[in-house]
Design a protein around this ligand. Structure first.
Ligand code: DGL
Length: 270
């Protein structure tokens, strides 16, 4: 492993591509090895033990590919498995929750922050812990939105059914006078326009992916790991359904997704 090695990025499936996209924009010379656990998605409704087991297997797989750092591009895995991974992985590893919380602190003006995410992320209360640790005066109002992931996966980004679910999920948060809303799940930035149309300009939508890419750049610099390569070379792996993943990736990423590799034995990487 050296500074020209790739960065490992993983998610339960396609959602983490919103984080990979941001890394590609901000660190265009860095190469990425992306793993999407498409055979075992969703993570959002699974137990912490299961998410830790899956995340460890993926981290070990990425280490075998000689990555120089790992980004957990999944809010649920960041919430439930980052600490466990940090205890056994020796290279730099970052999640999306802490950067997302930092971005929300910068965005709020009235100290009322809303957080939406999967059941796993919301029940872990991790955003509240990070936000309150930084500023005890912050009020955190959270809501699990389990239907958003399937709506995005079905491509229903502009759809009356999606709009209705946004209205229902955010009603209580709006009543609590939030002025910023953390999109605390990898899929939600894809609903950004739909959410903005309903919530309006007075609520700032916070995408943790942006701040995560900044944090990754700072971490690489700190460890003297910024690449000197002239060109990036991205490689994609999934645990199932390479064709569907390729189609989705083509709509999200700024680069050409040439090849997706299927890995059917991810559970053997321990
Ligand atoms: N990637 C997950 C997250 O950000 C959403 C999809 C899932 O439930 O696996 O929490």
């Amino acid at each position: 492993m050296n500074s020209n090695s790739p960065i490992g990025v993983f998610d339960s499936g396609v959602g983490g591509l919103t984080v990979a996209r941001e890394i590609m924009r901000q660190l265009p010379h860095e190469s990425i090895i992306y793993f999407g656990d498409t055979a075992r998605v969703p993570y959002g409704n699974k137990s912490a033990d299961t998410i830790i087991t899956y995340s460890k297997q993926i981290a070990h797989f990425l280490m075998k590919q000689d990555v120089k750092a790992i980004v957990i591009a999944c809010n649920t895995a960041s919430a439930l498995a980052l600490e466990a991974l940090q205890q056994e992985i020796t290279i730099p590893i970052i999640g999306v929750v802490e950067p997302g919380a930092k971005a929300a602190l910068k965005a709020t003006r009235n100290n009322n922050i809303g957080v939406i995410g999967t059941e796993g992320t919301i029940n872990s209360d991790i955003y509240t812990k990070f936000l309150k640790a930084q500023n005890p005066a912050i009020n955190v109002h959270k809501k699990a939105c389990p239907l958003f992931v399937p709506l995005v996966e079905e491509g229903m980004l502009k759809d009356p059914v999606t709009d209705e679910m946004i209205r229902r999920y955010t009603k209580d948060l709006i009543d609590l006078n939030i002025d910023s809303l953390v999109l605390g799940c990898t899929h939600y930035p894809l609903l950004r326009n739909a959410i903005h149309n309903i919530l309006g300009d007075s609520i700032t939508l916070v995408n943790p992916a942006y701040e995560t890419a900044i944090s990754l750049g700072e971490t690489l610099k700190e460890h003297n790991l910024l690449t000197t390569n002239a060109e990036a070379n991205h490689v994609f792996y999934v645990s199932d359904g390479a064709d569907k993943f390729k189609e989705f990736a083509g709509t999200i990423l700024p680069c050409n997704v040439v090849e997706i590799n299927d890995i059917h034995n991810i559970e053997t990487y321990n």
